[in-house]
Ligand binder design. Structure first.
Ligand code: PHE
Length: 440
């Protein structure tokens, strides 16, 4: 598969974008992409590249931003609120995003053919190093709560961004009778507290035929674990959403549990919260697979884990309409927030969007749509607001596939002038040609 790599950093993208009316005399001489280098630097280390390398500079420029540690930033405030819900857990938030595929997948029993492993879905530095795609890559071994940036190749619109933040909570305890009894007592306390809350919970059985206890667990301790997990998370949902999700003060918060499947938990669940007429998926969780604990060196223990996405929750709590805003360095965004407080985002005037359409024949070899999105991201960084495939067509005779793609450009900080949008678009087209497409 053809793979692209540019040497352009995000700052150069910005400088280029800050050209006002100046257009380089000859666009064709712009040094856009060179052939793949043999090494890349990521977070102060140098790595050999190989046929798996697909990390672009627009992504690696995000690695050091650490929004979850930025005092006052919504992602950081939300982290603190969730941490305060788990006061006796160890709070961790500075683990490097670079992990091995073994940590990210194999240690969690992901099957060899799981789609998440594909180069089209994840960012690889090389075959042995990648950017974690979820916080479960560091699954905990006691009582712990980890906050971290995670990376997935994805489409481009107001709610998808290739970097987002997750929190992973895990509680692991002895599987002997007295430890299990302690958990039950804690659950009774949590249950009494929750009974005072105005919450309506649609539950599923802790364990069922379709969502079974693990063979090495007796059903009762699996149920005790699942119940403890559900109580911790129901009260967390109440803490986060009670004030925003009801239409009136008397309206209960509605939370629903759904049976789910994850390679490293059983039974497994997803939690959804009812907000503005829709069920929103908030988190995944379950009873941790014994093989995962054994690999982590904690045999004779059992426990639960959950993982939730912070942007999705912050967008609701703060009324933030576009996921790119979290990355804004504009004082009109950052100065709105006080650390530890949730105040609704006050939109400021938006600069106009400018869009361009491109039609092209897809290459004969396979081209994944995520390759298209990464080309656009790497050229335009946060100046791209949305990429939508507006038409698909297959030639009746040649069977070639054609796509028409609309790229919307918009800056949060200033008006883009036509000339610079043209330059961006020109670079997108060159990048696509390097993927082997034929512009129509
Ligand atoms: N890691 C899962 C995800 O990213 C969420 C999860 C965490 C599920 C812990 C179960 C237990 O979707």
């Amino acid at each position: 598969m053809h793979f692209i790599y540019t040497n352009k950093t995000r700052d150069e993208t910005r400088d280029m974008a800050q050209l006002t009316h100046k257009v380089p005399a000859n666009l064709h001489q712009e040094p856009l992409v060179t052939s793949a280098p043999s090494h890349i630097r990521v977070l102060d280390n140098t790595y050999l590249t190989d046929d798996y390398t697909n990390l672009t500079s627009s992504i690696s420029s995000k690695l050091s931003r650490r929004l979850h540690g930025l005092e006052g930033h919504p992602i950081s405030t939300l982290r603190c609120i969730i941490e305060s819900h788990f006061p006796d857990f160890t709070h961790i938030s500075s683990l490097s995003p670079i992990v091995t595929p073994y940590q990210n997948f194999d240690s969690l029993s992901f099957p060899a053919d799981h789609p998440g492993r594909a180069k089209t879905d994840s960012y690889y530095i090389n075959r042995n190093a990648m950017l974690r795609t979820h916080t479960s890559a560091h699954e905990g071994t006691e009582r712990w709560l980890l906050t971290a940036d995670v990376y997935r190749r994805d489409e481009i619109d107001a709610s998808h961004y290739p970097v987002f933040h997750q929190m992973e909570g895990a509680k692991i305890f002895g599987s002997d009778a007295s430890s299990v009894e302690n958990i039950e007592q804690e659950s009774q306390r949590l249950e009494r507290q929750l009974a005072l809350s105005n919450i309506d919970i649609e539950d599923v059985p802790h364990v069922s035929e379709t969502n079974p206890a693990q063979t090495s667990h007796d059903v009762r301790s699996s149920e005790v674990t699942a119940k403890n997990l559900k109580l911790h998370l129901n009260s967390l949902m109440y803490k986060l959403f009670a004030d925003v999700a009801g239409t009136s003060k008397d309206d209960p918060l509605r939370v629903r549990w759904i049976e789910a499947y994850f390679p490293f938990t059983s039974p497994s669940y997803e939690v959804e919260v009812f907000f503005r007429g829709k069920w929103l998926e908030i988190l995944g969780c379950g009873v941790v697979l014994q093989s995962t604990l054994d690999r982590a060196g904690v045999a004779n223990k059992m426990g639960w884990a959950f993982g939730l996405g912070l942007e999705r929750i912050a967008m609701i709590l703060y009324s933030i309409p576009d996921i790119r805003l979290f990355w804004s360095e504009d004082p009109r965004f950052l100065s709105q927030f006080t650390h530890g407080k949730i105040d609704a985002f006050k939109p400021y005037s938006k600069y106009p969007a400018s869009y361009r359409d491109i039609s092209f024949w897809k290459p004969n070899h396979d081209m994944h749509e995520n390759d298209l999105y990464d080309v656009v991201r790497d050229v335009a960084g946060d100046l791209v607001e949305d990429v939508t495939i507006i038409d698909r067509f297959t030639h009746p005779k040649t069977q070639r596939h054609s796509l028409t793609v609309r790229v919307s450009y918009r800056s949060f900080d200033r008006s883009l002038v036509n000339d610079e949008v043209n330059i961006l678009q020109h670079r997108v087209i060159s990048g696509l040609e390097r993927l082997g497409v034929e512009i129509r």
